[in-house]
Structures are given as structure tokens and as C-alpha cells.
Design a protein around this ligand. Structure first.
Ligand SMILES: [Zn+2]
Length: 389
């Protein structure tokens, strides 16, 4: 056997074995009985801005620092990252490295443990806030809606908050996935990597009460990577529990702008006899109200107030603010929606899902056959090549 053929045989065997080992997690696949989506219904609206606390704080929950000698997509140390956010007067800046929680070893006003979960080729990622440990289990290649749901179920607990990051990026989360996915709290509608507001509307229109967050997803401190997208959270006091509580209830909003510079703030949102009223501290270039599937239902220009009577066909209503200045190109703010409920209490995106045992075992058997056929095909191909003189 020539040296080339020998190297080829060894290479093929190593590749096949690596693939089989890397795909072992697929034998844990679970197929759920996903219930049909139920749009928000009821005559009482849940208003996430019903009671606003003492102050708004500016936060970034998604950024990466250097890890594994720079192999994990971060270029700067945590100190360098925090210094940039301090210079833009952020109250809270999280480092959310891949499957790794940064310890509380840095002098900061707030510490909120965070990590970005995901070890797969499709950039199907989640942000996990307030876990003490990172759970690393993932499906490394293909993921259907059941795989995505299974990972969310593994990540979600009573004490943490889970968000979908950059949903439109690469394979991410399709519109069809978002009809069904449950057991997560937050939706990264805007980041430097992706604008996923259309997908957020898809989740909302199918009755999933998930709240918008804006994050830089910064991987370095270069100018224009930090301070582009951020989240404002309304809190009573400067504590981690207050931040988590208000993120969980949607008492927050997301902004895309420049160097973390706020252009406006919410004064209040009220609902009286189906009449939605939003008041701002200053006039905005445009205030746009959106309903199901992102349909524009009202616009006000050069105004600090907008009101609209919610129609029977609107299952939720949310606002966007648009401002331009010569120095910032534009600033756009996305408020959380008011949603229809039966009793006005904060709805939750939690569900206990039943497993379809037959489909689960059929899927696993199918995968075993796939691996077997692939192995046989590679051996056959190798034999053919080795026969060629
Ligand atoms: Zn990511």
C-alpha cells in the first residue's frame, strides 16, 4: 500500500470515529407533543410598565472576553471590557462567555452571572442569567425544533432567566420554531450581530410572552462594537434581584443607538378602557405602534405622547421610538408589549411538555441506521479507492 493510501485510510477512520463520537448526544433526542400555539386572549391587558420604580439602569448582558488563549472569540480582558462600559456610564455590564461564567472577582457595582450557551455549528445560542454553573450539553450539528426545545428545557430553571440570542443569525431560530418554543424568558431583538424584531413578533403573535433585550454581543473593545445596543431596566434599588425581577416582568426596553447615548425615556404607559397611552420625557421624531405580526397600527411624529384604542384583533400592542441626530445616524427604541390576558397578571412562557415516546424511539433508531449506513458507505468507498492502482 502506498504512503498516500495508508494516510488516506487512517484519515478516513479518524474522521468517521470523530463524527460518531461527536454525534452521540443525538441519542438523547426527545420528540415532544408540542401543543398548538395559543395567541394572547382575554379582555384585561398586562402592562409591563404599570408600576415603574425609582430609576432606569443601562445594561449590556451579552459580551465576550478573551478565553482559551483567544480561541473562544474574545480579544480583550474582562478589565478592558468593563473599562469601556464604565466610560459609557453603564450600570451593569455582563461578560457572557461561551459555556463559562466569569467569577465575581472584579470591582463592579453589580454582578450578575451570565453565559452564552451553545456548542453547535448553526449558532443556535441562548443567554443564561443567574446560573451558578454553566450546563454545556448541546447537539453539535443539526437541530430541529425538538432539539432546540430540549436544550431550553435543560437550561431553564425557576431562579434563572433564559434568552434567545441573535435569533436570525445563521440557522438560529426560524419563524416556524418560534411558533412553538417555550420555556425561555427573553428575546435578543437587537444586537450588533442581528436584528430579529420580525422573529420576536412571530413569537408574540403565537402567544409567547417573551421580553425584548438589546445587547452588543461585543467580542472586543474596538470603536463601534460596544455601546451600540443596550437594555434599560426599571428598578427600585441597585440589586441583582431587582434587575432579574424587572427583566422577568418586562419592565425594560431595548435601544439601538450610538456609544450608549440615550435620546429619550419613557414617562409611563397606561391602559384605560382599551385605550393605550404612552408618554415620553421628550418629543421623539416618530412613535410607531405595532400589533400582531409587526403590523403598524398608529404613528405620531414630533410628539411626546401617543394614544390608540386597542382593537379586538390586536392580541398585543408594542411601541417603537425613532430619533435621528446628525452625530448618531439614528436611535431606535423597542418597548415591550402590553398583552391580552384573562386577569391582568404577568403571563409566563413556561409549559410542561409531554414526550411522544414512540416518535422519540423511532428518531433514535433512525439515527442509529443513519450512522450505520454512513459507516458502511465510508468503508466501501475506501475499499474502492485502495483498489485503484
Ligand atoms: Zn452567539
Amino acid at each position: 500500500m502506498s504512503k498516500f493510501k495508508k494516510a488516506l485510510s487512517i484519515g478516513a477512520i479518524i474522521l468517521t470515529c470523530s463524527f460518531i463520537i461527536a454525534t452521540l448526544p443525538y441519542y438523547k433526542t426527545v420528540i415532544y407533543k408540542l401543543p398548538a400555539p395559543k395567541p394572547f386572549a382575554g379582555d384585561t391587558f398586562y402592562n409591563p410598565y404599570q408600576t415603574t420604580g425609582k430609576q432606569w439602569i443601562k445594561a449590556n448582558f451579552h459580551a465576550h472576553s478573551i478565553m482559551h488563549f483567544g480561541l473562544a472569540n474574545g480579544d480583550n480582558t474582562p478589565e478592558e471590557m468593563f473599562a469601556v462600559y464604565d466610560s459609557m456610564h453603564y450600570d451593569l455590564a455582563c461578560i457572557s462567555n461561551y459555556n463559562n461564567i466569569l467569577p465575581n472577582n472584579y470591582p463592579k457595582r453589580y454582578y450578575l452571572p451570565a453565559y452564552e450557551h451553545g456548542l453547535n455549528t448553526g449558532a443556535i445560542h441562548r443567554l443564561v442569567l443567574n446560573n451558578q454553573q454553566a450546563d454545556r450539553f448541546d447537539f453539535p450539528f443539526y437541530q430541529n425544533v425538538h432539539h432546540k426545545q430540549q436544550v431550553l428545557n435543560l437550561q431553564k430553571s425557576e431562579d434563572n432567566l433564559v434568552g434567545l440570542t441573535h435569533p436570525v443569525f445563521k440557522t438560529g431560530y426560524s419563524k416556524s420554531d418560534l411558533k412553538y418554543l417555550t420555556n425561555y424568558d427573553l428575546f435578543e431583538g437587537i444586537s450588533v450581530r442581528a436584528t430579529s424584531i420580525e422573529r420576536w413578533d412571530e413569537a408574540l403573535s403565537h402567544g409567547h410572552p417573551v421580553w425584548v433585550i438589546g445587547n452588543d454581543d461585543a467580542h472586543n473593545t474596538r470603536f463601534g462594537t460596544c455601546g451600540v445596543c443596550w437594555t434599560m431596566v426599571n428598578v427600585d434599588s441597585l440589586t441583582k434581584d431587582e434587575v432579574l425581577k424587572n427583566l422577568k416582568s418586562g419592565n425594560s426596553y431595548a435601544t439601538r443607538g450610538w456609544v450608549g447615548q440615550e435620546m429619550n425615556r419613557i414617562k409611563g404607559v397606561s391602559i384605560d378602557s382599551n385605550r393605550y397611552v404612552l408618554e415620553l420625557e421628550k418629543k421623539s421624531d416618530s412613535i410607531i405602534l405595532k400589533s400582531d405580526f409587526g403590523k403598524t397600527v398608529a404613528v405620531a411624529t414630533h410628539a411626546n405622547k401617543i394614544s390608540y384604542t386597542i382593537q379586538e384583533t390586536d392580541t398585543y400592542l408594542r411601541a417603537e421610538l425613532f430619533d435621528t441626530e446628525p452625530w448618531n445616524n439614528y436611535t431606535k427604541t423597542y418597548l415591550n408589549p402590553v398583552v391580552r390576558t384573562v386577569d391582568g397578571t404577568c403571563p409566563s412562557n413556561r409549559a410542561t411538555l409531554e414526550i411522544n415516546k414512540t416518535k422519540t424511539w423511532l428518531w433514535r433508531m433512525g439515527f442509529l441506521i443513519f450512522q450505520f449506513v454512513l459507516g458502511v458507505a465510508i468503508v466501501y468507498l475506501l475499499k474502492m479507492i485502495l483498489k485503484i492502482k
